[in-house]
Ligand binder design. Structure first.
Ligand code: RVP
Length: 502
């Protein structure tokens, strides 16, 4: 006979934290959000790889590219670059993150000299950046012929088909510097010459980087940034259970710090085979997470297979329709609670702490705090990060509102069949995800800082200054549907929705 779970499967929105005592020392600025990313042994002084904030970005085409990875590592988290692309392209993204030099930007707005004013305006709309490099071949590393800034043209007085070469600031009039210039010297040149941007070129006049005046302050502000021992940003990469023998070596070679098997269902022989292959080839040197699972048995299976962390969540993602199409999954809160117990039990038995990640279904910022309180070591977010400037997707205006595109790996747009692969035909037989829009939310740095201010504040309300302390002290209650209504603004007329008539 089938097994029935005695508890219904619940999600984050059904829980609240009940405050505990907070002393005068329990203030948000004293909270540490440091958390382990990969497994460690009891007694080991430090986890081999930790996060400075408990957030990682989802292994998705519409979320985690190199731009996202750099932005998130600056804040202390890690992106897992999506694996549903060619091995070469994924490795190139990893290499770009590792090669990234703080303050030195590879120009993302470039045109040929025969481009027009209309092209400049379209590019500005797409990237949001007003400084455009004019290079002989229109690429970020072509021969630099000039720069177009917003002061070089007047839209109201110029025809849209005016060629760029007639209004750009030509190379002869530009202040440029050699590619070996340090950031400090570059910033001095910017200040001395009152520039907005300084192009750095090689000896053949080819563009290498841009240094922007507006970035000056942000270089100094990233107190939480997550760096490896060579001072490059830490980055993760998604892999699958099919082409790992080719993909893993390429990603390791490119410098990936941690890998994760990306699958909708992780309790499979395919995952244990993938981990075994990695262990045989690299021992413990290459770190690899696995998942997704939603219960104790799934966790134990992956922990015993040697996973460095285990990811939890089936069917809870905002773009995911797995539960509707296949009838499998589990409420995210229930899954996290059970897997956290299994993780603690495994730690007691073996002395090995295998971190767990709650993946998907974070709708409100406080859901992150709930996930941590329920035992997650960190959370993976897709929708949340897709809304920011740094996600790889287009920003559009729909019905007067700015939105960004966001699509699932199981949608026809991504067609990531390896994520849903059960060893059959190499294709996506039916969709398990949708293609959607999400409200645009500006710069990642600003969004993450507000989110984490809320997390720190709630932790203090629970009397906790660290994530382990929160997990120990948290007191959680299930809420009734009526009390959920009580939790929002109610029985008042919201000012921004009310129409005043005299
Ligand atoms: P969310 O943060 O709620 O948007 O969920 C993101 C998660 O959803 C991903 O990390 C992944 O586990 C899952 N996902 C990605 N694609 C799909 C799908 O197409 N069904 N689901």
């Amino acid at each position: 006979m089938a097994t029935y779970f005695s508890e219904p499967s619940r999600t984050f929105g059904e829980y609240l934290l009940v405050p505990g005592y907070s002393s005068s020392e329990c203030v948000p600025s004293a909270v540490s959000l440091k958390t382990p990313l990969v497994k460690y042994r009891k007694g080991e002084e430090e986890c081999p790889l930790s996060l400075n904030i408990p957030m990682v970005s989802a292994i998705m085409q519409s979320v985690s590219n190199d731009t996202m990875a750099i932005a998130l590592a600056k804040e202390g988290g890690v992106s897992f670059i999506y694996g549903s692309q060619s091995i070469e392209d994924e490795a190139a993204m990893i290499a770009r993150v590792k090669d990234y030099k703080k303050g030195f930007i590879v120009s993302d707005s470039n045109v040929c000299p025969d481009a027009t004013l209309a092209d400049i305006l379209a590019l500005k709309e797409k990237t949001g950046h007003s400084t455009v490099a004019v290079t002989d071949d229109g690429t970020a590393c072509g021969k630099l012929l000039g720069i177009v800034g917003s002061r070089d043209y007047r839209v109201s007085r110029m025809s849209p088909d005016t060629p760029v070469s007639s209004f750009m600031t030509p190379f002869e009039k530009l202040v440029v510097a050699d590619e070996t210039t340090t950031l400090k010297v570059a910033n001095d040149i910017i200040w001395d010459n009152k520039l907005n941007a300084l192009p750095l070129i090689d000896k053949n006049q080819h563009l290498k980087f841009m240094v922007f005046r507006k970035d000056y302050d942000s270089h100094k502000e990233n107190v939480n940034e997550l760096l490896d021992k060579n001072k490059s940003y830490v980055v993760g990469a998604g892999i699958n259970t099919r082409d790992y023998a080719e993909r893993v070596p390429a990603l390791v070679e490119a410098g990936a710090d941690v890998l994760c098997i990306d699958s909708s269902e992780g309790f499979t022989e395919w995952q244990s085979r993938t981990i075994a292959w990695i262990r045989e080839k690299y021992g413990d040197r290459v770190k690899v997470g696995a998942g997704n699972v939603v219960d104790r048995d799934g966790f134990r299976f992956l922990a015993e297979a040697g996973a460095d962390f285990v990811k939890i969540g089936i069917g809870g993602g905002s773009i995911c329709i797995t539960r509707e199409t296949k009838g499998i999954g589990r409420g995210q809160a229930t899954a996290v609670i059970e897997v956290a117990r299994a993780r603690d039990e495994y730690f007691k038995e073996t002395g090995i702490y295998v971190p767990i990640c709650s993946d998907g279904g974070i709708v409100h910022d406080y859901h992150i705090t709930l996930a941590l309180a329920m035992g997650a070591d960190f959370v993976m977010l897709g929708r949340y990060f897709s809304r920011f400037d740094e996600s790889p997707t287009n920003k559009l205006r729909i019905n007067g509102n700015y939105v960004k595109e966001y699509w699932g790996e199981g949608s026809n747009r991504a067609r990531n069949w390896q994520r849903y692969d059960l060893g059959g035909a190499q294709k996506l037989s039916f969709e398990e995800g949708v293609d959607s829009y999400v409200p645009y939310a500006g710069a990642l740095k600003d969004g993450v800082s507000v989110t984490l201010a809320k997390v720190r504040s709630t932790m203090c309300n629970c009397g906790a200054l660290t994530i382990p302390e929160l997990q120990e002290k948290a007191r959680l209650t299930v809420v009734s549907s009526t009390s959920i209504v009580e939790g929002g603004a109610h029985d008042v007329m919201l000012k921004n929705k009310a129409t005043i008539t005299e």
